[in-house]
Design a protein. Structure first.
Length: 417
């Protein structure tokens, strides 16, 4: 097997929970481990320049502001945005999508308007639209999911889009199956069919693949720091500046205003208009360190490494009798996510038994209930990879499955009479 260009054994030493643990951590689609440099950046902020941002005229507050705003520039560069003012800090992807649904949707959606999303969205990209549709009278249309291709039926876009479509939202990479949607191609097709705004859920894409919002020409992009080596509690909404200027605030309070009187308030400039209250300064600073780490390695090298692991996992698990794989048969068109079931074994049992072997995976519906329904299952066992995972860990996962099958075999035959 070809080896990757990453020096994995060296890389693993950068992560406290990887370097000093026997655990095969294969739950990266849920959240990733954090390198020492990210933890150190957060600690350094608290130890050496902990102060609130903006308006402080003393040294450490100015330092905190510089660091906070400096990361905004780094984030913009990471996603190819020409203007850091289009980068809004949120808590996570979920909040970023809710921000659009509330602050954009409440203003731009009316009864009978249409929102188009796909059946393969994470619940975070379904529920906010259902909520705003209920409030405004807008209608949600779904691009149906095909189990044959493990992707939405994109050929149905001409039937679904038209003059009433105000927004189309879909994920770059799906979190249960790893399917990579050809975003540029789909955006081009949407633009031919309607003038709808386009939101990309980048939670599983931005950490693993090259993303350039200008090349895509999307209106919104949402993603989370914790899925790309950063801390929890910090996420990003990127939006085109012109669109942000048409939106009222999401939350009201300090920092998001220009002037407040007893009768009324006026709003701050963007992006601060959307960042009410004291933000997660430590989280932002640490996120900057995560971006530095990813930039040093290079997103292409990360993707190539994950591709090798995914290919191996699909080969090993695909060759096993009694193991069902979900998603595309080969690693092309996929990120490092492998969903499977050991036939006749509940995914929770599979996960629990793997945990006993020091292998961490996720089990359940992965916030993708509509997809699970299409497959006629309650959930899957899901292994997901990142830059520090090894071929040996994938082999350990594969070697553990026959043991689970053996353990459940007598139960199965008893039940079978
Ligand atoms: N979208 C996708 C595709 C995801 O995988 C996730 C996280 N599992 C989310 C949205 C939500 O991310 P967060 O929980 O960080 O808000």
């Amino acid at each position: 097997m070809t080896t990757s260009t990453l020096n994995i054994s060296q890389r693993r030493k950068d992560f406290p929970l990887i370097a000093h643990s026997a655990l095969a951590y294969l739950d990266n689609a849920a959240t990733t481990q954090k390198p020492f440099s990210v933890i150190a950046a957060e600690r350094d902020y608290y130890e050496t320049y902990n102060a609130n941002v903006h308006r402080g005229v003393y040294d450490i507050s100015e330092r905190a502001t510089q660091a906070y705003e400096g990361v905004r520039i780094k984030v913009a560069q990471f996603i190819g945005a020409d203007n850091p003012l289009g980068v809004i800090y949120t808590r996570n992807t979920t909040e970023a999508i809710n921000l659009v649904a509330r602050a954009w949707g409440a203003k731009h959606l009316a009864a009978g308007d249409e929102i188009v999303i796909t059946e393969m969205e994470h619940h975070s990209n379904i529920v906010p639209w259902q909520m705003i549709a209920k409030e405004t009278g807008a209608i949600i249309k779904y691009v149906p999911f095909s189990t044959a291709t493990a992707s939405p039926h994109w050929e149905e876009l001409p039937r679904l889009l038209g003059s009433k479509t105000k927004l189309v939202a879909f994920n770059h990479v799906n979190n249960s199956l790893g399917t990579i949607n050809p975003v540029a191609e789909i955006i081009a097709a949407i633009k031919k069919l309607s003038g709808a705004k386009i939101l990309i859920d980048g939670a599983q894409g931005v950490p693993h693949l090259h993303v350039n919002v200008q090349e895509w020409d999307c209106d919104f992009l949402a993603f989370s720091a914790h899925k790309m080596l950063g801390p929890t509690g910090i996420g990003v909404l990127y939006a085109k500046e012109g669109i942000l200027k048409t939106m009222d605030p999401f939350l009201g309070g300090g920092d998001m205003i220009k002037e407040v009187s007893m009768e009324r308030s006026t709003w701050n400039d963007i992006p601060w208009r959307f960042e009410a209250g004291t933000p997660n300064i430590a989280g932002v600073v640490a996120f900057g360190a995560a971006l530095d780490y990813l930039n040093t390695i290079g997103i292409q090298a990360i993707h190539e490494h994950e591709f090798l692991l995914t290919k191996l996992a699909l080969e090993l698990l695909g060759a096993m009798d009694g193991v069902t794989l979900y998603g595309t048969k080969n690693a092309e068109g996929r990120c490092g996510v492998v969903s499977f079931n050991v036939n006749g074994v509940h995914p929770h049992d599979t996960g629990t038994l793997l945990a006993r072997e020091d292998i961490a995976i996720r089990v359940g519906h992965h916030c993708n209930m509509p997809i699970m329904r299409r497959y006629g299952i309650m959930g899957t066992a899901r292994a997901s990879f990142y830059l520090y995972n090894t071929i040996a860990e994938v082999e350990r996962l594969a070697a553990a499955l026959p043991k689970i099958q053996r353990l459940f075999a007598p139960v199965k035959s008893r039940n079978g009479g």
